[in-house]
Design a protein around this ligand. Structure first.
Ligand code: HEC
Length: 114
C-alpha cells in the first residue's frame, strides 16, 4: 500500500466500513453517489418499484425483499436481479435502461440510509 492511499484507508476503517470495502474502493461503499443520481433513482423507484417494495423501501414484509438491507458492495447482483427478475419479481430490462438501473442502485444503497 503506498503512502498516498494509507491515510484514506485508516479514515475508511474509522468510519466503520469493512476492510474489504476500504481496500476495494478506497472509500466506504455506498457513499460516493452524486445527489442527482440518487434523486433520479428515487423517482424511478416511486414509479416502478414502490408498489411491491413499499414507500421509501419500507416493505410491507412477507416475500418481498427488504431493499434497505441490500449490500452496497453487490452492484452486479443488483443489476442482474433487476434486469432479469428473480422468482416473483418481474424482469425490468425491457422497461429500464442500464443507466436507469444504475440510478436505482444509487437510491437503494444510499438514498434512505442514515
Ligand atoms: C411485482 C412486485 C415487484 C416489483 C414491482 C418490484 N419488485 Fe423487486 N422484488 C420482488 C420480490 C417478490 C422480490 C424477492 C425475490 C425473491 O424471491 O428472492 C424482489 C427482490 C428484489 C431485489 C433483491 C434481489 C436479490 O438479488 O436478492 C432487488 C434488488 C429488487 N427487488 C429491486 C427492485 C427494483 C429496483 C424494482 C423497481 C424497478 C423492483 N424491485 C420492483 C417484487 C417486486
Amino acid at each position: 500500500m503506498n503512502m498516498h492511499v494509507f491515510p484514506h484507508f485508516l479514515r475508511c476503517l474509522v468510519a466503520g466500513a469493512s476492510v474489504w470495502a476500504c481496500t476495494a474502493y478506497g472509500q466506504p461503499a455506498g457513499t460516493s453517489f452524486p445527489a442527482e443520481h440518487i434523486a433520479l433513482g428515487a423517482k424511478l423507484y416511486a414509479d416502478n418499484c414502490e408498489s411491491c417494495h413499499g414507500p421509501r423501501m419500507k416493505a410491507p414484509g412477507g416475500e418481498v425483499f427488504d431493499l434497505r438491507t441490500f449490500p452496497a458492495d453487490q452492484r452486479s447482483r443488483f443489476v442482474e436481479s433487476v434486469s432479469n427478475g428473480k422468482r416473483n419479481m418481474p424482469p425490468w430490462r425491457s422497461l429500464l435502461s442500464q443507466e436507469e438501473i444504475g440510478f436505482l442502485f444509487a437510491y437503494v444503497v444510499a438514498g434512505e440510509r442514515p
